[in-house]
Design a protein around this ligand. Structure first.
Ligand code: GLC
Ligand code: GLC
Length: 811
């Protein structure tokens, strides 16, 4: 069952009912100021950091779901309704929500009045613009009242939620003309305030929530709205809010629009006050000025559209498969931008207070984003690297506002260091910018202790070399990619953190996944050394890689598949000898991507085992059989009920590792089949089962052991976005950036006859037409560039501007 449809022309997903199986959200904002918005106008805003600079309040995990947002109330006689359905839930006569790229438009109608709410964050603007258009579709004059509502968050979202003994006394606002200013803590150490404005004269306002709602009412029955009259309350402690009242007369067929702005400003210390206790409003008024007319809104929307047009033009496929096309051309790159911006911080499953940017998460997010805005990728790589320790280890997470590592979680996740090499390599392949390697970058955020980025990468590599266990495989530390495989934790007390309890320094537990990553990612560093003329370092590193390859074959293979790990007692994990957790996905993916066992058939056997044991209709589960009981030697993965999350859920992130691995073996049919299974556009028809948004990937789909098999959770913020983009764009469609050019090496379903990828690479446009006359899955017979035959299949760097026609014949 579907709850909407894709409008590819407009690059929108159109939701046709407010009652989707879960709130279906969108993201507003590209750089510093962000908003989350659901199809019922719920959500919140923040500046740069979802935890430390939260602007509006959201009530997580609440009843009913999705509380707090951009609420507008239309009071038309005795009927009160909201353009976004919530919070009053008055049944609309008409409803449609269009989630587009960086904007959302919700249109509804009730009793002859229609309302259209357009929400977006203009480019280079620290505010969210809401254009609300009301139209009278009847033959009579309508006298209606419009009320707006935002609830302020007192900046630190975590403190806001917990420390109300203080917060109930700190809230402060100012109200002037049609603008409500939120200035809590501005009088002491803050240099920022927020505001909520409307470009019309108002007939009343409220800025204290309990006065607006009434002490015992919810958002769905605000006293001020029901009585038709705002109270004029001035926020003073408790819960400051911002609400305007506007009385609107609409003649038959008349339409009126109102522009509301939720803005954030920073003021230099010396200019904070315009007079004692009165905040300097100039910067806010300037922002308000930028959007006082519909024409200004229209122009900003056009700029936003051309911004996305430019980004999406960088990789476009024309193919006789509309679902693949819409994912590759629209939604997957869009999600990659969002994961790049948010890491795992703020979604409807991530509260924004828990995690900042993850070292491994952000490094992997780069893989799907780097072609979009390489300059931002560069900056991110250097930010990430500067939280690394001298010994190559790194903070697992850091806060985007301070760019400092999080001490709460610390380091000791031994896969982390390698991802930095992967991210950097992807950046250099995309741009050819080797100069990034020479950037002096701090260790542990200490500006007085720096090394070049290349030195950081060396530290990453050596961190693996210097931390091996009894079999010569890499020590796992607190966990590797699988955060929940906690082999050194051994926790038996409820409430202990699986990740930070126990030691990160266990010298026995080893990871075959990190070994596979080392063999797959290590060669990038070897290549970078060579290009820097560091031949002996390159040689040594290559030897380490070869040694690891042998070690995996000797101690990391279990007959039919790769082992997953050895635990702290030296026992095998992910082995046929185990009762549960006999086979895991991660090591199969990475070891085959590394090419381990390709020659002697071990890789093939491993992928066939994945197919036979781990795969189901909804994708590949992370391991089998699921753990039925908790094993303290394994940690959190065995704490989840069977079929969910890291205990045999379909953890979508590493499904593309298997897709890519299948292309290493040349099995395009398999690769694409796996692509289809977890791809949201292909699952749209089962939205009632899948439940999360059909336009973006979710982190997890419940696996075959789960009571709710096929149901997805944790949509949006997942490495699945980047990895699937890599799988489809590079491994399957086969357009892979290299240090010296663009490799064309498709691995596709044999039934595919042709497709065209237009790829902008280092300034040149390559229009690559691939044909498959012999119905093969892999192999390139000939390539011509602008009519001339090319030796091999690496398209050379052809420089700025021009368009080049490339003909590729498979066979
Ligand atoms: C979450 C984490 C990611 C981890 C994965 C598997 O998605 O963000 O870092 O690799 O879970 O545990
Ligand atoms: C939990 C989740 C895992 C995530 C981790 C992040 O363990 O199961 O997916 O990576 O939290 O801290």
């Amino acid at each position: 069952m579907k709850f909407g449809y894709f409008d590819d022309q407009n690059r929108e997903y159109v939701i046709q009912t407010p009652q989707t199986p879960f709130p279906w959200i969108n993201y507003l904002g590209n750089r510093d100021f962000f908003g989350l918005i659901s199809n019922t106008a719920g959500g919140y805003n923040f500046y740069k950091d979802a935890r430390l600079r939260r602007i509006t309040r959201f009530r997580y995990n609440n009843i009913p779901v999705d509380n707090g947002g951009r609420y507008y109330y239309v009071k038309d006689g005795d009927t009160v309704w909201n353009p976004g359905f919530k919070p009053c839930k008055t049944g609309p006569d008409d409803y449609e929500c269009r989630h587009g790229l960086g904007y959302t438009r919700i249109t509804s109608a009730k009793n002859g009045v229609s309302a259209s709410l357009l929400a977006f964050v203009p480019l280079d603007y620290n505010g969210e613009v809401n254009q609300l258009t009301l139209k009278n579709n009847t033959a009579e004059t309508k006298q209606i009242q419009l009320f707006s509502l935002r609830e302020w968050c007192l900046w630190d979202a975590s403190d806001d939620m917990l420390n109300f003994q203080r917060n109930f006394s700190t809230g402060q606002v100012e109200v002037k003309d049609s603008v409500i200013y939120h200035k809590t803590e501005y009088r002491e150490r803050r240099n920022h305030y927020a505001f909520f404005s409307v470009n019309a004269k108002i007939d009343g306002f409220d800025s204290q929530l309990q006065d607006f709602l009434g002490m015992y009412n919810g958002f769905d029955a605000p006293q001020a709205v029901l009585s038709g009259s705002a109270t004029g309350s001035v926020g003073d402690g408790w819960q400051p809010c911002a609400s305007h009242q506007i009385n609107v007369t609409l003649l038959p067929d008349e339409e009126k629009s109102f522009i509301f702005i939720l803005g954030y400003v920073e003021v230099p210390e010396a200019d904070k006050w315009e007079s004692p206790h009165v905040i300097n409003k100039k910067p806010a008024l300037q922002m308000i000025d930028q959007f006082s007319t519909d024409g200004q809104v229209e122009r900003a929307m056009a700029s936003l559209a051309s911004y996305w047009e430019r980004l999406l033009r960088l990789y476009r496929v024309e193919i006789d498969d509309e679902k693949t096309a819409r994912m590759v051309n629209i939604w997957n790159p869009y999600q990659c931008m969002v994961t790049f911006n948010m890491s795992r911080s703020a979604s409807y499953f991530e509260s924004g207070v828990g995690r900042g940017l993850g070292f491994r998460d952000s490094s992997q997010d780069l893989l799907g984003f780097v072609h979009q805005i390489p300059e931002r990728a560069r900056e991110r790589i250097l930010d990430i690297a500067s939280t690394q320790f001298r010994d190559g280890g790194c903070y697992h997470q850091y806060q985007p506002l301070t760019k400092k590592g999080n001490n709460d979680i610390g380091g000791g996740f031994n896969d982390d260091p390698l991802w930095l090499i992967a991210g950097t390599a992807a950046y250099i392949k995309e741009t050819g910018d080797f100069s990034i390697l020479d950037e002096q970058t701090p260790y542990d955020s200490n500006p007085d202790d720096t090394g070049t980025l290349l030195e950081h990468l060396t530290a990453s590599f050596n961190h693996v070399v210097e931390n091996k266990g009894p079999h010569g495989l890499p020590l796992i530390g607190r966990a590797d990619w699988n955060d929940c495989l906690n082999l050194n934790c051994h926790s038996t007390e409820p409430g202990q953190s699986f990740q930070t309890y126990g030691t990160a320094d266990g010298r026995v537990a080893e990871s075959v996944l990190i070994a596979g990553m080392f063999v797959a990612i290590g060669p990038e560093l070897v290549e970078l050394y060579k290009r820097k003329g560091l031949d002996s370092k390159a040689h040594e590193a290559q030897q380490e890689i070869e040694k690891m390859r042998q070690t995996v074959l000797t101690h990391g293979y279990d007959g039919e598949w790769f082992l997953r790990a050895y635990d702290a007692f030296g026992e095998k994990i992910g082995s046929k000898d185990c009762e549960e957790g006999k086979i895991f996905i991660e090591s199969q993916g990475y070891c085959v991507m590394a090419g381990i066992g390709v020659e002697d058939g071990k890789a093939l056997k491993a992928l066939n085992s994945v197919r036979d044991i781990l795969e189901c209709d909804h994708g590949i589960v992370i391991q089998q059989p699921a753990y039925q009981t908790y094993h303290s030697n394994l940690g959190e993965c065995s704490s989840y009920p069977p079929g969910y999350k890291e205990n045999a859920g379909i953890f979508c992130h590493n499904n593309p590792w298997i897709m890519i691995a299948e292309t290493v073996l040349g099995r395009g049919d398999r690769a694409f089949d796996l692509y289809r299974k977890i791809c949201p556009a292909f699952r749209e028809e089962i939205s009632d089962l899948h439940r999360t948004e059909p336009y973006v990937y979710s982190q997890m789909i419940a696996g075959k052991d789960a009571g709710r098999m096929g149901e997805a959770k944790n949509s949006w913020l997942t490495g699945t976005a980047a990895w699937n983009f890599v799988a489809i764009s590079q491994a399957i469609l086969g357009i892979k950036p290299q240090y010296d050019g663009l490799l064309v090496d498709p691995c596709i379903p044999s039934v595919w006859k042709e497709y065209t990828v237009t790829r902008v690479f280092r300034g040149a446009i390559y229009e690559i037409h691939v044909t498959n006359p012999g119905n093969v899955q892999k192999g390139v017979r000939s390539v011509t560039v602008d009519g001339k035959p090319l030796e091999g299949n690496v398209l050379p760097v052809l420089g700025e501007g021009a368009k080049h026609i490339v003909e590729v014949v498979m066979g």
